[in-house]
Design a protein. Structure first.
Length: 402
């Protein structure tokens, strides 16, 4: 049995908040980093490509590493890599090295992302999973303010922001290393050999061969495109497509991420009163309403309402689906499945917005709204199809967080 489960959950929240902070710093810091490294503003695309590659490799291999070395060691490795990466960003002066550092940093982030999701999915319920992901949103939300205070109030360089984040990560690294043995479930003494073998984490190929797993992983690809694509493309749609002022567009975009984060916080309590199936149906309905409103280029208020509905609707989908993974695929395949789902969601967030951007570039920027709406409809249709073919008994409410 797992010892100090509640304390480990709190530590997971702290780790996810730090991941949000370390990722959100770039939104402000890049304005100054590009001058330091003497690159064009568009070079952030190359930087994010290296970051995404590192995260994808880590998340898709996390299940294998956890099965071989244990969740505690993988978590310790991830937080140590993140700590080293944050300090290295602050100390580095070469662009090529920065690309490699971001690859390394996001490898650590990917390991932590998959490990914390797997830990909460296995030991807690949908309520705790929503709070875990809400903590990431909190970190992402406060990061620009932290960097702004460092730059403006204290008149320090952007490097100080990464030193600050690295210092937080260093404290967490010490705590994780000290608690490393407590992350892994202790084997049950009375289990027979067959039962023990059934609990041994499966390999990635064996996991992919299980019925329905590929189809469920595909759902995460579509979801990643919807959530990340909306965040990436809304500003272009509003400013360049609908001639909205940058101030209004920025406010509407902040409303998207703000409603997204607030809904995840509230979902932690809502999940205690409703079943997973009810949560998913309600979330998908709100997303559909937001997608339909988005294609109606009427008053600006409707655009605001559309993004709030989309942010609120998307908020509960990913945590709920991830929390269902052990019940859906079995504990033996859960670690691999969670890592694959997170990695593929990131792929969807890179590929589908690019496809929508390509189409809108040829047919008109208003097609961004149509593309995002189609993405939401595809998400709903995919989920309904999977739920009818591989139904999951979701009659019980979420387990309470510690």
């Amino acid at each position: 049995m797992l010892r100090n489960k509640g304390l480990l959950f709190v530590l997971s929240i702290a780790i996810f908040t730090t991941l949000g902070i370390s990722g959100g710093l770039l939104n402000v810091a890049w304005t100054y980093m590009k001058d330091t490294f003497q690159v064009d503003v568009s070079a952030i695309g190359i930087l994010l490509l290296f970051a995404t590659s590192g995260s994808l490799i880590a998340t898709m291999s996390s299940g294998t590493l956890a099965g071989k070395f244990g969740l505690g060691r993988v978590t310790a490795l991830g937080i140590c890599i993140v700590t080293a990466g944050l300090f290295a960003i602050a100390l580095n002066q070469a662009w090529v090295l920065l690309l490699l550092i971001f690859f390394m940093l996001y490898t650590g982030r990917g390991l932590l992302d998959a490990s914390m999701n797997n830990f909460v999915a296995e030991h807690f319920g949908t309520s705790a999973m929503n709070w875990l992901h809400a903590s990431w949103g909190v970190g992402l939300t406060i990061a620009p303010g932290i960097m702004t205070v460092i730059l403006v109030t204290f008149s320090l360089s952007w490097q100080a922001g990464y030193i600050f984040a690295g210092s937080i990560a260093l404290v967490l690294a010490v705590i994780v290393i000290a608690s490393m043995r407590q992350w892994d479930t202790q084997p049950v003494q009375d289990s027979d050999q067959d039962e023990m073998q059934s609990q041994t984490p499966a390999g990635i190929l064996e996991t992919l061969r299980q019925p329905g797993i590929m189809a469920w992983i595909g759902l995460f690809f579509v979801y990643g495109g919807a959530e990340i694509g909306t965040g990436q493309l809304l500003n272009t749609l509003f400013v360049d497509g609908r001639m909205m002022s940058q101030e209004s567009a920025s406010a509407w975009l902040s409303s998207y991420w703000g409603s997204f984060t607030l809904a995840r916080i509230l979902m932690g309590w809502v999940a205690l009163r409703f079943t997973d199936r009810q949560l998913l149906r309600g979330s998908l309905l709100l997303s559909f309403m937001g997608g339909i409103l988005l294609i109606w280029s009427g008053p600006e208020f409707l655009s605001w309402l559309a993004v709030v509905l989309l942010g609120t609707g998307f908020a509960g989908i990913f945590p709920t689906l991830v929390s269902q993974t052990p019940a859906r695929v079995g504990r033996r395949y859960a670690a691999q499945a969670v890592g694959l789902q997170i990695g593929v969601a990131g792929m969807g967030g890179s590929i589908l917005p690019g496809l929508i951007g390509f189409v809108s570039g040829h047919l008109g920027l208003e097609w961004i709204a149509y593309g995002l709406c189609v993405n939401v409809i595809l998400l709903i249709g995919w989920y309904v199809s999977l739920q009818s073919r591989w139904p999951l008994d979701s009659g019980s409410k979420a387990k309470r967080a510690p």
